[in-house]
Design a protein around this ligand. Structure first.
Ligand code: ZN
Length: 158
């Protein structure tokens, strides 16, 4: 396992579309281990997408405090309603703002065992999934900020 550098805003890798994972091999497993380690090391991160460590693959790790979930090739099946909350991003340190996200989402993805999983998400999980899936399409939360807020760096970041 290794801690990888988190790519910061301004690097064009964050603006590219990530490619689908076709085969779950050792390289993919190792990248997930590194992403988990890198996320853990941040202390306040709740999600990280592969492009944030410079790899353009459709892979996400989310950890809302109940252990990390590995997400491969996520697809939004359904989204409903809206929620507006303050968010931040590991790739845009020190910047926080209110962003409108779906209140509920149904997302289908592949897990590390190659199984298709369907998750019905609300609240923080829905917001985090929306934020991370945006990363896979080259979208940053600052593209969607309604209002910037002043917060310290203790705020959760994605
Ligand atoms: Zn982010």
């Amino acid at each position: 396992m290794a801690i990888r550098n988190i790519v910061k805003e301004g690097d064009e890798v964050l603006r590219k579309r990530s490619k689908e994972v076709k085969e779950i091999n050792d390289k993919i497993r190792e990248l997930f281990e590194d992403m988990k380690e890198t996320l853990r090391k941040t202390g306040n991160g709740i999600g990280i997408a592969a492009p944030q460590v410079g790899i353009l693959r459709r892979m996400i790790v989310i950890d809302l405090g109940e252990g990390p979930i590995e997400i491969i090739n996520p697809v939004i099946i359904e989204q409903q309603g809206e929620q507006v909350e303050v968010e931040g991003c590991l790739s845009v340190p020190g910047v926080f703002g209110e962003v409108k996200r779906p209140a509920q989402m149904v997302v289908e993805y592949t897990n590390l065992d190659g199984e298709k999983v369907k998750v019905e998400a609300t609240d923080l999980l829905a917001r985090c999934l929306s934020h991370e899936i945006d990363h896979l399409d080259g979208i940053l939360f600052i593209d969607k900020v309604i209002r910037y807020v002043d917060l310290n760096d203790e705020q959760e970041q994605e």
